[in-house]
Ligand binder design. Structure first.
Ligand SMILES: [Zn+2]
Length: 317
């Protein structure tokens, strides 16, 4: 009998569906992807996912241990049913786990992508060896997950740990969750660009606009990062301020959960030395001192592959 030592992790995103073939050590052996819109109907998209999975394990079919799927939205982890997907229409009430299981004939697991990413970090990444973990992902917004005593806390409606929507400003901007002054409106890629443009328009001095060829529309988080590395004070301060915002939000989280480690991932975590420093200092200054004494704040190990690795880790949870 062949040893089952291959896992497929599927990152179901609004723009791309990414696939990773992993071994049990969390190493990616093969990757592929296709645009989510490559298939018109839901049914054909599911068939596409199954076909791609089959081709990932071509020749190794008997060694496939299972398939994990991370999706951007609410999922009943136990029943394998999707309740709602952010930015992907028409998936309400879909029993995706069972459909895929019946076709591939291996165990299939499905969870929210932020939860999956946290499980991936706990299993193979920056959260390895810890039981009480907070994971946040700084992308276009702020994704998050909470692991308590080694298990993801999912909440009654499988929507727990939306830390991007804790309020940090009583009279702040209206957020698309319906709240006001949410952390997400003070963090992430869209925040940082908006903040930089707002300050430049007020007349603050910076090299940034020159780097953006004089166009506000060409300012990106990457460009702000480059400018800060060249010592541009303005850009350094933009990162610092975002770090403070994130740190203020996380201080409340630290006081609530008393975690061992906070793992920070997402595109901006790749660079972001200034950002990390600012997050650390803010938490140190604001959270209850005994909670921060041994607290670790770490960069995620998986950035681009967080989705597929996390999904694969679901199979071993
Ligand atoms: Zn909100």
């Amino acid at each position: 009998m062949e040893i089952k030592n291959r896992i497929i992790g599927i990152d179901f995103g609004a723009t791309f569906i990414k696939f990773g073939l992993l071994n049990l050590k969390g190493e990616i052996l093969k990757k592929s992807s296709f645009p989510t819109k490559a298939y018109i109907s839901r049914k054909s998209l599911i068939s596409g996912i199954i076909a791609e999975s089959e081709s990932m394990v071509a020749g190794l079919r008997k060694r496939l241990l299972g398939v994990g799927i991370g999706v951007p939205g609410q999922v009943d982890y136990n029943k394998g049913v999707i309740y709602n997907l952010t930015n992907v229409k028409g998936w309400r009430g879909v029993h995706l786990r069972d459909i895929i299981k019946s076709r591939l004939k291996v165990p299939v697991f499905i969870d929210n992508d932020a939860n999956a990413a946290c499980i991936g970090e706990a299993k193979w990444g920056a959260g390895k060896g810890f039981n009480d973990i907070i994971c946040i992902t700084l992308g276009s917004g702020l994704g998050s997950a909470v692991m308590i005593e080694g298990r993801i806390f999912r909440g009654r409606g499988y929507s727990a740990a939306e830390m991007g929507h804790i309020c940090i400003e009583r009279y702040g901007l209206k957020c698309n969750c319906g709240g006001r002054g949410c952390l997400e409106t003070f963090a992430g890629n869209s925040y940082i660009v908006k903040e930089a443009v707002k300050r430049l328009k007020k007349g603050e001095k910076s090299q940034l606009l020159k780097l953006a060829n004089g166009k506000f529309s060409e300012i990106t988080p990457k460009l702000i990062d480059e400018a800060s590395k060249e010592g541009d004070r303005f850009s350094i301060n933009v990162w610092k301020r975002m770090g403070e915002n994130v740190g203020i939000g996380l201080s409340s989280i630290v006081n609530t959960f008393n975690p061992e480690v906070i793992v920070i991932g997402g595109g901006v975590a790749k660079s972001g030395k200034i950002l990390f420093g600012s997050i650390r200092t803010t938490i140190k200054n604001r959270a209850i001192p005994v909670f921060t004494r041994d607290l670790k704040i770490r960069r995620a190990r998986f950035i681009e592959d967080a989705g597929t690795v996390g999904a694969a880790a679901l199979v071993l949870e």
